[in-house]
Write a protein that binds this ligand. Structure first.
Ligand code: XMP
Length: 334
């Protein structure tokens, strides 16, 4: 029996721009046939999948697509700004930008338990998105950046019992939204989505963006999140990413980031006692995120990153390197 959620056995892997263009043409026609002149809503996180879906739908139906970008205040440095620049300005998308930073950070104040933090972020995301959707008229469809591994994963999760963490994607929306779904890349693997993104002309950095958890920096600002520590984390992370980019590691390492614990140590700066947080570097390689190995980073580069972070980021007085594979550590600290 035909199953729309099953990748046909004879479906060729998309590896070339030509194949991607053929796929795009096919999907543009399919989306137009599906939605006609109706409006489609998309939660645009700025991640690879939702960005590719946005670009594909803009090509198919232009401003009939309404993109909502919720900035939960836990994005990496420059990410929300990039979404506005690429989609709002360059692609002339019908984009609703919501800065919900205060809402999220106020709710998270004093909450140290990682699972509680995840649940608060997930629930608040849905609330903010719902509120924005309610302000819009005549939306008939909901687009999602579901990809094939998501479908396989949810089948596996249903079959096996308990997940290690309550992973959620900020694109994961309530079941009661009563709208028909538009999921143009749901049969594609990640590498294929990236080729399609390139064929659609999205910036390389967006298409090859490393995975970023739905709860964002919220699960890297360990323990109860404070604005000053979150700011320090964001700045330190930006330095790490910049240095990995400059030194050719960005394309080699699957995921690399900074975590900042809620812990201060004594240091010295300008001959004065200087208490600060440590910035923890984590850089891992994996194929499926179920296990992960540690990527070697040249010592000279580690020294340079340490010098930059400790001198440029207010509040950080040490830099540590996490050498723990998964298992026994998970990739994220929370
Ligand atoms: P862990 O920490 O479980 O992470 O080893 C495995 C991969 O999943 C990402 N991750 C998430 N992604 N929502 C997401 O969309 C989440 O809540 C979430 N938590 C972890 C993590 O960054 C890594 O790539």
């Amino acid at each position: 029996m035909y199953d729309p959620n099953k990748r046909p056995d004879d479906m060729a892997r998309i590896t070339t721009i030509e194949q991607a263009h053929a796929f795009i043409d096919e999907q543009v026609a399919a989306v137009r046939a599906q939605v006609g002149d109706k409006k489609v809503l998309l939660a645009l996180s700025g991640g690879v999948d939702s960005s590719v879906v946005a670009a594909l739908l803009i090509k198919a139906i232009g401003r009939q697509l309404v993109c909502v970008h919720v900035n939960h205040g836990l994005m990496r440095k420059g990410e929300s700004e990039d979404v506005v620049k690429v989609f709002g300005e360059e692609l002339d998308a019908n984009l609703v930008y919501v800065d919900a930073t205060d809402r999220f950070l106020d709710l998270l104040a004093g909450v140290a338990d990682p699972e509680k933090k995840r649940k608060i972020i997930g629930a608040e995301f849905i609330k903010v998105f719902d509120e924005e959707a309610a302000k819009l008229d005549g939306i008939s469809y909901l687009a999602q950046g579901t990809i094939y591994p998501d479908i396989l994963e949810s089948i596996k999760a249903k079959e096996s019992g308990k997940p290690v963490k309550s992973h959620h994607n900020v694109g994961g929306l309530p079941d009661d939204m009563a709208m028909e779904l538009v999921e143009p890349v749901k049969l594609l693997y990640k590498d294929e989505v990236r080729v399609v993104g390139e064929a659609l002309g999205l910036p390389h950095a967006m298409v090859y963006r490393q995975p970023f958890p739905g709860p964002g920096l919220g699960v890297r600002c360990l323990g109860a999140i404070t604005r000053d520590r979150l700011h320090a984390l964001r700045e330190a992370d930006a330095i790490l990413r910049e240095e990995f980019d400059k030194n050719g590691l960005a394309g080699k390492v699957w995921q690399y980031f900074i975590a900042v614990p809620d812990l201060k140590s004594v240091g010295v700066r300008d001959h004065m006692r200087y208490e600060g947080w440590p910035a923890i570097i984590r850089a891992v390689n994996t194929t499926d995120a179920m296990t992960a190995t540690i990527e070697e980073i040249p010592y000279a580069l580690l020294h340079h990153i340490t010098n930059r972070i400790t001198s440029e980021v207010e509040g950080i007085n040490r830099v540590l390197l996490d050498l723990t594979p998964k298992p026994v550590g998970t990739i994220e600290w929370e």
